[in-house]
Design a protein around this ligand. Structure first.
Ligand SMILES: [Fe+2]
Ligand SMILES: [Fe+2]
Length: 183
């Protein structure tokens, strides 16, 4: 069903973000110089693309629709708790980054929360992918439901600032992937 594969496709992008986040953390630990502006861009991608857009689609559309079916509610409850965990890590990351920008040496905590966020993406998208496979296998969503969810996703897009902003965020991901420190 398209509504499910749509989210699985997002996960491919999320794992690209994960690779950026992990490399950034590794390089910070190795004392390499990374522009704080780039780490700021990473935090924007996390906040807008990973959390507000992707988790938004899951929380506002997909999970409420699948929750009642086939004993999925326990899995979904755990996913929602994990989203909150991700938000807490992102918040700590931003807070230490802001302190660093204000002049307080914060390489270690920034590296640490980046590392935690990378681990969060790996763990969380892995579990959800297995869940999505199960939904597809059981054919738990009807064609109508899937179509309805796709429409709902469009609204979620507007919540982030529309198609243009999504494209801008994807360009920012490409920009980060091409940075010298990513090699
Ligand atoms: Fe999720
Ligand atoms: Fe997800």
């Amino acid at each position: 069903m398209e509504a499910t594969s749509n989210l699985k496709l997002d996960h491919v992008t999320l794992r690209r973000v994960r690779d950026i986040v992990q490399t950034c953390s590794d390089k910070l630990y190795a004392n390499e110089n990374i522009p704080l502006e780039d780490i700021k861009i990473i935090s924007v991608v996390i906040e807008e693309f990973v959390d507000r857009y992707h988790h938004g689609k899951e929380e506002k559309a997909y999970f409420p629709q699948t929750e009642e079916k086939d004993d999925f509610s326990e899995d979904i409850r755990k996913f929602l708790i994990e989203h909150e965990l991700g938000r807490r890590i992102a918040k700590m990351l931003v807070s230490h980054l802001m302190q660093w920008q204000a002049g307080k040496e914060s390489r270690e905590p920034v590296a640490r929360f980046l590392k935690s966020y990378a681990a969060f993406i790996t763990d969380h998208t892995g579990k959800e992918d297995r869940f999505f496979d199960m939904v597809e296998e059981k054919q738990s969503l009807s064609t109508d439901e899937s179509q309805m969810l796709l429409k709902h996703y469009e609204q979620c897009k507007n919540y982030v600032g529309g198609q243009e902003r999504i494209e801008e965020l994807l360009r920012l991901i490409e920009y980060l992937e091409a940075r010298d420190w990513m090699r």
